[in-house]
Design a protein around this ligand. Structure first.
Ligand code: IVH
Length: 667
């Protein structure tokens, strides 16, 4: 072995240990910065010495860009589901059945039922070789490349007492915090939101591009070991062994000796689960002894030695009064159920989203139906079913998806492969026009002091049809309208004048180009420096920018290719809006913070938070809202939040203060 191979192997071993410390034990022993440096060193060595490549190298966890179709794999042991129970009485029935069938003392292991997507991992000679989804239970998809990006899944096992070949099964999950972050990002990019972390996790695992999977930070909890030569004769001891090999086995399992132990576990977790970082929807009970499991055997669908108990989802029944259809800024149509108000999980629910035409069809909804509304892991309450037995007084009118835009009458279109319908009349459809103007004036865009009602009034009066019209408003025009006085009119004029100093990247964001959210606008402004350059940018030069993909590039090209948009941009230019990065900004740019992610927390004395944010970006750094494994520094002012402080300490993120930060820039 030469020195390079030795160094490569040492780095791999060390990095895997740090992955384990961080992702399984949540107890890192080195900083992210040091970790990244070691990872970079390994990547460089592997590139220089491809002969030493190894599919298990931690560098492969970042996901390559290669996409591929998933191969189908037949499960050696079918992936069965569990019988569900919903009440204490049913749990008691299960307990008594087991007791009768075994006719000897037994123990149950109680675990949480994780609400993600199930996965089977195969290990040979202590190495991870394959990951397969449940599929239809008999055969599933080979998602090995995607699963490799999950850092808590060991690629090589610790110790030596593992069987030569075994399977370990568990649940792939998207933690709540990641789910919220992902949806926020999708909202900004106007992509459809994931309804719950389960859909997000399974959607992510099915991604063809492992690099996207890697960016989403999935986690996996494992709960079932299968194989010919397992280390122990009980489920509990097998999981404990797997924990020693490096797997993330939930800490919250409990050995139950009596039915009362089971009920106590249920009662405790029914409440406590709300504090967990991942979604759970019940508990699972498993007979502990493998010998007893074999005695009990299986039915066609599920084991007789295990059962699930599902927590009561918070659900209510109420009347469907009407369905309305809303048109968004992009023309997307959202069907909304208008309900007889009902109390659900502490809030009064009057409306629920119906998502799209397929959902309405699937529910076979009729007006006046008694519907079930649930608030599970969902963000918005949803209708999960119809009480068809309550249709005694006859059936109301069937709910149909509209064919034409409710606002402008244009026939709707449904792009291929999309669930949503759109109104294509973007120039003539009032809510789309008003929506674009509303977006233009928001705080993060031009920060012009008017609300939706005012925009409505101006639109109705025929004074504005696009954002550029705002700058041609005159005090006299406004005074002719209701509710306008000299003072409020002057205020708007002032606000419009001030907005002409809003920096270029926010002007770009304000245009409302599809998929160009705040972050993308900053990226584009930072690379192209002016509207003119961007108008002329080719597809290739757009995708060459970091984090700009084909979809965004296409959208930018389409926007500037449209003569109507060109006209608006031209008029905005004539009004004196900032159409390029200021000289000062350009002069002060540097790469001093390149590659660093910095979180700002607390209050400051030398500059405002927004100023610090701008400085970070101006010097090539990234400002992020929450502390994570990727955070390099926290720029801390006074009164930093205790949660952030604790997380920083736990992750070993370095905290710096104003002076230190400013001196970093002056070096
Ligand atoms: S054991 C043969 N344990 O629930 C038993 N399953 O309906 C195999 N699940 O497909 C499953 N948490 O995706 C087991 N602690 C847990 C679980 C669990 C979640 C899921 C799993 C399975 C489904 C059963």
């Amino acid at each position: 072995m030469d020195i390079f191979e030795a160094r490569i192997q040492a780095l791999r071993k060390e990095l895997e240990q740090h992955n384990y410390n961080y992702y399984v034990l949540s107890a890192p022993t080195i900083s992210d910065f040091e970790f990244d440096q070691k990872m970079r060193e390994l990547q460089e060595l592997e590139q220089a010495y491809p002969a030493y490549d190894d599919p298990d190298s931690p560098t492969h966890r970042v996901g390559s860009d290669l996409s591929k179709e998933f191969a189908k794999v037949v499960h050696q042991y079918p992936m069965l589901s569990l019988g569900n129970t919903y009440s204490q009485a049913e749990v008691r029935d299960f307990y008594e059945q087991v007791s009768r069938a075994l006719n000897e003392p037994f123990e149950l292991v109680a675990e949480l039922k994780y609400d993600g997507t199930s996965i089977s991992l195969i290990y040979e000679q202590g190495r991870f070789v394959q990951a397969v989804t449940r599929g239809d239970g008999v055969r599933g998809d080979d998602v090995t490349a995607n699963v490799k990006t999950i850092r808590s899944i060991p690629l090589r096992l610790q110790g030596a007492d593992y069987p030569a070949r075994f399977e370990i099964r568990g649940e792939v999950l998207l933690p709540w915090a990641e789910f919220d972050r992902l949806n926020k990002e999708r909202e900004e990019q106007e992509e459809p939101l994931f309804a719950n972390p389960r859909n997000a996790a399974s959607g992510t695992l099915k991604q063809q591009n492992p690099a996207i999977v890697a960016a989403r930070k999935l986690d996996a909890y494992l709960y079932y070991l299968l194989g010919e030569q397992l280390p122990a004769e009980t489920h509990w001891d097998n999981l404990e062994a797997a924990r020693r090999w490096g797997f993330k086995i939930p800490q919250v399992m409990k050995l139950c000796h009596t039915l009362q132990d089971v009920f106590d576990y249920i009662a405790y977790w029914d409440v406590e689960r709300k504090n967990l970082p991942v979604a759970t929807d019940g508990i699972v009970l498993k007979v502990n002894s493998l010998r007893q499991q074999r005695n009990l055997g299986f039915t066609a669908k599920s084991p007789r030695w295990a059962i699930a108990y599902k927590f009561q989802a918070e659900r209510a029944e109420t009347r469907l009064n009407a369905v309305s259809f809303q048109v968004g800024r992009t023309g997307a149509i959202t069907p909304v159920a208008n309900l007889e108000p009902v109390l659900l999980a502490g809030t009064i629910v009057k409306r629920a989203s119906l998502h799209n035409a397929d959902i309405i069809e699937g529910l076979d909804l009729h007006l006046g139906d008694q519907v079930y509304v649930e608030k599970g892991g969902e963000i918005i309450p949803k209708i999960v079913g119809v009480n068809t037995e309550a249709r005694t007084a006859g059936l109301g009118e069937k709910v149909r998806f509209i064919q034409r835009c409710p606002e402008c009458g244009t026939p709707l279109v449904r792009p291929e492969g999309e669930a949503a319908h759109y109104c294509p009349n973007d120039v003539g459809c009032a809510p789309q026009i008003k929506g674009r103007i509303e977006h233009f004036v928001t705080r993060k865009a031009m920060n012009i002091n008017i609300g939706p009602e005012t925009i409505e009034d101006l639109y109705e009066a025929g004074l504005v049809r696009d954002s550029a019209d705002l700058y041609t408003l005159r005090v006299a025009d406004l005074l002719r309208l209701e509710r306008w006085a000299e003072k409020s009119a002057q205020n708007l004029m002032e606000s419009l004048a001030v907005s002409k100093q809003v920096p270029f990247e926010r002007v770009l964001y304000a245009l409302g180009i599809r998929y160009v959210g705040e972050t993308v606008a900053k990226r584009l402004a930072g690379s192209f420096h002016s509207m003119e350059a961007l108008e002329q940018a080719s597809f290739e030069s757009l995708v060459a920018v970091d984090e700009i993909g084909e979809r965004i590039a296409q959208s930018v090209r389409a926007y500037f290719a449209d003569a109507r948009n060109q006209a608006i941009v031209k008029r905005l230019k004539e009004q004196g809006l900032q159409m390029s990065l200021s000289e000062e900004r350009l002069a002060n740019r540097s790469d001093k913070l390149k590659g660093l992610t910095i979180v700002i927390s607390g209050t400051f004395s030398k500059h405002s938070r927004d100023e610090y944010k701008a400085m970070i970006e101006q010097h090539g750094g990234k400002n992020s809202g929450s502390v994570s494994g990727k955070t390099n520094y926290i720029l801390a002012g006074d009164n930093m939040g205790p949660a952030k402080l604790e997380k920083a300490a736990k992750l070993g993120v370095k905290i710096i203060h104003e002076e230190e930060f400013l001196s970093m820039l002056n070096e």
